[in-house]
Design a protein around this ligand. Structure first.
Ligand code: ZN
Ligand code: ZN
Length: 369
């Protein structure tokens, strides 16, 4: 093992530099992860274009790698050894609060970088903070005692395991939050990796109708949506989506709406409210917007709509996502469309944001490529 670790560091808005960090000492209760694949998602696009702080950050919060070295105590507590392939959640838990005991690490104060200045989360934490390796766009990632790790099942490649995060979000948002199940009718807005993952999970759960919307630039993604189980796809630039949804559902509307759009403003929320069934539908929203002028609250309450917040995933959602990947039941390799090396982090993030290489669905950042 070398003395230095190479990492792609976000130094300012839309700026990346390759920097060297010292190889960390690994205490008895910690481990070092040799990175295989860091997935890149829509939140990376946003945090790269407008960073929440001036700190230099190694981004990369959807991390899959192999244990390169591990302390005795880490191996005893976690049940892993050197050479094991792992998926690491982005949350570094406290291990004591009610959220941690429930496997809902995303809500733990220890990992809440928005409200807790000392909160640590992979892909979000300053690289100034020792031992520096807090993001997946690097050759190695540091795993302290409170890293939340999952075993990648045999037969699942590291690249496929790079889909665990969107798939776990699919389980969390559509099943646990949206209540999608047998015979559900679902509108999924946005055919990116997140919308496609929701499509697969809804199909597996028994949804009887899955409609996926996209825009004119999404034609490749919409055909993947069909291949993965969508019953109908709608290009909202070509057709009036609400009229089409009413036609497809015989005027009834859908049970559940999942907003998986990026940068689409208020339109998906307004469409979702109208596309939901007459009473008691559920909509899972992203909350990209700070404000929503003229929000039709009365329409929401008279339709008795339940609004839920799309917020990451629980431990169980990750385990179910890994099982889904291991099942081989869906052609998920249709989603892992592109690979990028460490020096191409900037291009990779721009491509996921639709401004670099065309037709990227899921980008795998492979630091050793
Ligand atoms: Zn993500
Ligand atoms: Zn906690």
């Amino acid at each position: 093992m070398g003395e230095k670790v190479l990492a792609a560091v976000r130094t300012a808005a839309s700026k990346t530099e390759i920097r060297e960090f010292p190889m960390p000492d690994i205490p008895e209760d910690a481990a070092l992860l040799k990175m295989e694949v860091a997935g890149i998602c829509g939140s990376d696009v946003k945090l790269y274009a407008s960073p929440p702080s001036k700190a230099a950050v190694i981004m990369g919060h959807e991390n899959v790698g192999v244990i390169a070295s591990a302390g005795r105590e880490f191996m005893r507590r976690k049940g892993f050894k050197e050479g094991d392939l792992l998926y690491v959640e982005e949350y570094l838990m406290c291990g004591r609060c009610e959220w941690c005991h429930a496997g809902q690490y995303r809500h733990c104060e220890n990992t809440d970088w928005r409200n807790n200045p000392d909160g640590i989360r992979y892909g979000y934490t300053s690289a100034e903070r020792a031992p520096h390796l807090w993001g997946g766009f690097a050759q190695y990632v540091y795993l302290p005692w409170n890293a939340v790790v999952h075993r990648v099942p045999k037969g699942v490649s590291a690249e496929l395991a790079g889909l665990v995060t969107p798939m776990a979000n699919g389980v969390e948002w559509s099943l646990f939050d949206g209540g999608v199940g047998y015979d559900s009718t679902v509108l999924i807005q946005g055919p990116g990796q997140q919308g496609l993952a929701q499509t697969v999970i809804c199909k597996q759960a028994g949804a009887s109708l899955i409609i996926v919307t996209g825009t004119a630039k999404d034609s490749a993604r919409l055909s993947v949506a069909k291949a993965l189980g969508a019953d109908y796809v709608i290009d909202v630039n070509k057709e009036d989506p609400l009229a089409r949804i009413r036609e497809i559902t015989g005027g009834r509307g859908v049970d559940v709406v999942l907003d998986c759009t990026a940068g689409a403003g208020t339109i998906p929320i307004l469409l979702g409210i109208e596309a939901l069934k007459r009473k008691a539908g559920t909509m899972v929203v992203q909350g990209e917007l700070k404000e929503f002028p003229n929000f039709p609250l009365e329409r929401v309450t008279t339709k008795a709509i339940t609004l839920k917040s799309a917020r990451g995933h629980s431990y169980r959602a990750c385990e179910l996502a890994l099982a889904q990947l291991a099942s081989g039941r869906f052609a998920l390799e249709k989603m892992t469309t592109h690979r990028f090396g460490l020096k191409d982090v900037d291009l990779a993030i721009r491509s996921v944001g639709g401004k670099g290489v065309p037709d990227v669905i899921h980008a795998s950042l492979m630091p050793w490529m």
